[in-house]
Design a protein around this ligand. Sequence first.
Ligand SMILES: *Cc1c(COP(=O)(O)O)cnc(C)c1O
Length: 362
Amino acid sequence: MSSSQYAPRLAPVNTASEADVVDLRSDTVTKPDAAMRAAMASAEVGDDVYGDDPTVNRLEAAAAAKFDKEAALFVSSGTQSNLVAMLAHCGRGEEVITGFGYHTFTYEAAGASVLGGIALHPIPPEADGGLDPDKIRTAVKPDDSHHPISRLLSLENTHYGKAIPLERIQAAVTAGREAGLMVHLDGARFFNAVTALKIEPAALAELFDTVSICLSKGLGSPAGSVLVGPADAIARARRWRKMLGGGLRQAGVLAAAGLQALEQNVAGLAEDHRRAEILATALREYGQAWDAPVAQATNMVFITPKTADHAPLRAHLNGRGLRLGGGEGSIRLVLHRDINDAKLDRAIDAFASFYKRNTLSA
Ligand SMILES: *Cc1c(COP(=O)(O)O)cnc(C)c1O
């Protein structure tokens, strides 16, 4: 895998005014709306390092309750959440078994290895994004001084937008547990997964010791993630968060946004999924122009143009105010709260005009 989903952030973006921009790079681009800003402005705050911030405490209690876990920790990002979880579960010379291309392995700068002396053993995911139980069993090391000590299985849902079915997750978790591993879920887009799978949050969370959930993606918060799990693991994670410089003071202004995200914005994810499906359906039709397979999963649409050079397509779309994600091989379009039906239509029209231009000139 030579391309990175983050590479396009370096590409020039056009200079159209904000209202004209249809930013489909990621759901991380969502901005806090008026209700969220009002909640932030009126948040009661205190010094969270002293445990004194009532709004952070409320968010942590609400998250623990929602996922039916003993405790929760508010952290600054999903990367920090996964990192403190791995550090809480594993010591030096111990190992995390995870997926090749999963965020914990590919996109977190090997933080667990750098800071915790923890090894990462990646397994190639199956087509649905899940890990094969047999491959997990094979990856677990015997108790032998040659090997790292296998300690944690870290799964991901959604993975590249795919909501991995509960029974597939269950089978992987069982393989891990039978081998004596702890299990962690990188649920950056946890609510996209449970929305698509039509299950209760606790039904997915109950399979895991710890779960990390991003508040700053489709849920619209400006920053923050929560890690939920058993009280002892969360206490260790809290110590690691402080050591990493992640202890925030009057963090209630951010936690208020997080509460709003958790309590008010989950329902809207179904709209993002609906719009992603409309976009994918349109692109499958127009895609004949450049012979591009289109895959849609939860709030994401992936187009893989078969022509070697899809710069003309990107340039055409950029010129019409679209900002696109994806690396060299594919274009990733992410639907989110700041893409309404009018912006969706603009995106479809931009693709349609490329199709027509290319059909007429063919
Ligand atoms: C975004 C993401 C993260 C990390 O989130 P940041 O807040 O950007 O650090 C972790 N895992 C997955 C699967 C993600 O998509």
